[in-house]
Design a protein around this ligand. Structure first.
Ligand code: UDP
Length: 530
């Protein structure tokens, strides 16, 4: 079973080098190789870019070479062990998105790393683990009911039992996030293999919700040998001293991040209707075009409206989920204030005055049709739409609220890539942020960032080095001021973009992530069990 939709297949086959871009044709194998109820499934990975192909890109040569050197030392220490990565889904979400890339690189480095996902039909398991996830983020309080605990443990128990026959002494089991967490604890207790819990979520503040979640998880977490978090602030007290920080990472050759030639970039903008076709372009229209919010508050095909001018004007963009915590509304208010006050300002040079006249803002997120099951997302989007429809027509022209279709992940990723590459400043004005891959994506593209100081963003962005940070994501005056100073300083922007690119290349690409995993596996596992 392939994981891309039929429509993507058509698109892939129409493209040159189609094979290369079906990079992760993932096939599900039932580990048990029999028809009985499927619990644990191994996800087979194939057809990835090789490390040599990455290394051929000048900027990546050093980081790939460093990884190979490190693996040359560590891989022999891990010989004979399988490292199992286990999570709860093969598609959707950042963990599933990066897993094929990580696994294929590990394998190329001669490490036997495999990926398996847990399964269940129990709806309560998913609703409870979603609630647990939200509680760790400080929302959705309430106690864990006896029924929730029973279902959570039963599903984990069944999956642990199913998984046992495949684990050999000396193997390492890495469990991702809270959903399969109890399973790792059972495996550890009963088989004694080395277990690591990789937590991709967290909050740098505590409240009743976070305390309830962490208290519930403690009994399982205590059993593990080690844990991995994305930021030191996320480590619960009881795991202090036996946790390591490994930052999330991006794939520089994914559709969202790969370099785009000018013609390709233009093609994406035209094919998605974000820009007009003033000349013929090589590729055909995307399956679904981008939608732009109209002044009547309705989304419509972007081609039916004035062009936003991505290729001509200074652009400030933010692309995120429609989540209140992403800080879209204050960002838009800051931009509106900047535009409104620009005309009355003295003491600015003519170039900057012109810049402020023509600068535009792009706010983009998933097509509302793809978030029908997310009432909060719909509500946040409605607030943004109301804010937009409430401003005068002149300002409306300068703000593009785009809904990007999600039906084809490839086309969505290319649109994100193209908008980010056309941006003068990429904003991520989050009130809270687990890590903020959008900032990583911006830095990798060499675009200066304007971010808040939310925890995940603090791990990445250095204020005044890779861009600028606002101390309060709700402070409209400050946002307007910081955007103004960033726009006014093209030389500083060039420096920030360059610095950010270097930092992302060294720290936040998949190669560094694997390097840090190899170090951890070497220190904790190979030596401990030598
Ligand atoms: N994203 C996307 N399409 C959209 C909106 C967002 O592909 O329409 C991507 C964005 O580029 C980033 C990811 O979704 O890669 C969001 O990750 P991030 O860590 O920034 O925030 P999260 O959504 O996980 O809170």
């Amino acid at each position: 079973m392939a994981f891309y939709s039929p429509s993507e297949k058509v698109c892939f086959s129409a493209a040159r080098n189609a094979q290369r871009y079906t990079t992760f044709t993932a096939l599900i194998y039932n580990l048990r190789m029999q028809e009985a109820t499927t619990l644990i499934e191994e996800i087979k990975i194939s057809d990835a870019w090789t490390l040599d192909e990455y290394a051929a890109i000048t900027e990546l040569t050093a980081t790939v070479s460093e990884l190979k050197t490190e693996a040359g030392v560590v891989a022999p220490h891990l010989k004979g062990r399988t490292v199992w990565m286990i999570n709860s889904t093969a598609q959707g979400g950042g963990v599933a998105e990066m897993m094929p890339k990580m696994i294929s690189i590990f394998r190329e480095l001669d490490c036997d790393v495999r990926w398996a996902v847990i399964n269940t039909d129990e709806e309560l398991f998913f609703s409870f683990t979603k609630r647990l996830h939200n509680m760790i983020h400080g929302i959705e309080s309430g106690e864990v009911s006896a029924e929730e605990r029973e279902v959570y443990e039963r599903v984990n128990r069944e999956n642990a039992d199913d998984f046992k026959r495949y684990v050999q002494p000396g193997d390492v089991v890495v469990i991702h996030d809270p959903q399969p967490m109890a399973m790792g604890a059972y495996i550890k207790k009963e088989l004694g293999v080395y277990t690591i819990w990789r937590c991709h979520i967290g909050l740098d503040q505590h409240n009743t919700a976070t305390r309830t979640a962490w208290t519930f998880l403690k009994q399982y977490a205590d059993v593990y040998d080690h844990s991995v978090f994305s930021a030191p602030e996320y480590i619960p007290d009881y795991l202090a001293g036996r946790s390591t920080i490994i930052c999330p990472a991006i794939d520089p050759l994914s559709h969202k991040n790969r370099e785009l030639t000018t013609h390709k970039l233009m093609g994406i903008l035209c094919n998605s209707h974000i820009a007009r076709k003033h000349q013929p372009v090589l590729t055909e229209d995307f399956e679904e075009s981008a939608l732009r919010l109209r002044s009547d508050g309705e989304f419509a095909d972007a081609s039916g409206q004035d062009e936003i001018g991505l290729l001509y004007r200074p652009i400030i963009s933010q692309i995120s989920r429609w989540d209140r915590l992403k800080g879209f509304a204050p960002l838009m208010r800051g931009f509106i204030q900047l535009k409104r006050t620009a005309a009355d300002r003295n003491n600015i040079d003519e170039r900057h005055r012109r810049r402020l006249q023509i600068v535009r803002m792009v706010l983009a997120g998933p097509d509302p049709r793809s978030i029908q099951d997310d009432p909060e997302g719909q509500e946040v989007l409605k607030e943004i739409c109301d804010l937009y429809t409430g401003v005068d027509a002149e300002i409306q022209k300068d703000i593009g609220i785009f809904a990007l279709p999600m039906k084809s992940r490839k086309e969505n990723a290319l649109m994100v890539n193209a908008i980010q590459r056309c941006s003068t400043v990429i904003a991520q004005n989050s009130v809270q942020e687990g890590f903020g891959l959008t900032a990583t994506e911006a830095m990798w593209k060499g675009v200066p960032v304007m971010t808040s100081r939310a925890c995940g963003l603090r791990q990445q962005v250095r204020d005044g080095v890779d861009g600028r940070m606002v101390s309060d994501a709700d402070d409209v005056d400050q946002i307007a001021h910081v955007l103004d100073t960033m726009l006014a300083n093209p030389h500083a922007r060039a420096d920030w973009g360059r610095n950010g690119r270097r930092r992302a290349t060294e720290e936040f690409l998949v190669f560094s992530q694997i390097k840090y995993w190899l170090r951890l596996l070497d220190q904790e596992v190979a030596h401990a069990h030598a």
